[in-house]
Design a protein around this ligand. Structure first.
Ligand code: AMP
Length: 222
């Protein structure tokens, strides 16, 4: 299956992707993760994208599409995958469509995680990620057992540079202008499922999982 997890930063897309992966083996395609690693490693790509990511702006479409294509052509993505953070513009949506055509793949469903501004601002400012394995923690809902240490691997927990208050505002503005139009785009294609992302993770996951079952998308994975 190929699904998209769509929604504002802080809606919990990455968390739901992880919950799904606890149940079935399916890779995640997250340009944000690829870009952050490139920045951390100081590669050519990292240097090129750093100014966009740190300012909360979108990286140019052609670059993100290229990264995504490289990923989904790899062997381990051939049985299906989830997109977390792609597409983020209508142009990227079009690029995905033509990529799917060329690769003879089909997008099955788009899960739209809808959350209020209050939910998003609160989640992002209390989010901490592991600097080693990327596991997501939240100081309010999912606090680490040992302060500043990852529950999964013991790595140091850090706040993402772009989770600072000013950058959060910028990212939400960019989301409203650039990404939100994709909701109508997929709604019109009749492949959109709306999930109330203000609710706790158990409910968000339950709604998503039940819909995947209803759509019969889990066959072959369970
Ligand atoms: P994320 O981890 O998905 O929140 O992404 C972090 C940052 O990476 C975003 O604020 C953008 O700067 C960049 N980024 C991630 N995905 C995309 C995308 N599909 N298009 C453009 N920029 C992206």
């Amino acid at each position: 299956m190929i699904i998209i997890l769509l929604g504002p930063p802080g809606a919990g897309k990455g968390t739901i992707a992880n919950e799904i992966r606890k149940k079935i083996e399916i890779p995640v395609v997250s340009p944000g993760d690829v870009l952050r690693s490139a920045i951390q490693e100081g590669t050519g790509l990292g240097k090129e994208v750093q100014k966009y990511v740190n300012a909360g702006k979108l990286v140019p479409d052609d670059l993100v599409v290229k990264i995504t294509e490289e990923r989904i052509r790899q062997k381990e993505y051939q049985q299906g995958f989830m997109f977390d953070g792609f597409p983020r513009t209508i142009q990227q949506g079009h690029a995905l469509e033509s990529l799917n055509q060329r690769l003879e793949k089909r997008l099955d469903q788009v899960f739209y995680f809808q959350a209020s501004y209050e939910t998003i601002a609160e989640r992002l400012s209390s989010r901490r990620v592991c600097s080693q394995c990327g596991a997501i923690h939240n100081l309010n809902y999912n606090p680490p057992r040992i302060a500043d240490r990852c529950d999964v691997c013991g790595g140091k927990l850090v706040q993402r540079d772009d989770d600072q208050e000013e950058t959060i505002k910028k990212r939400l503005e960019v989301y409203n202008n650039e990404t939100l139009p994709l909701v109508d785009y997929y709604y019109e294609q009749k492949i959109l499922t709306r999930i109330d992302a203000n609710r706790d993770v158990e409910y968000r996951f339950k709604d998503t999982w039940e819909r995947l079952m209803e759509l019969n998308l889990l066959k072959g994975n369970l």
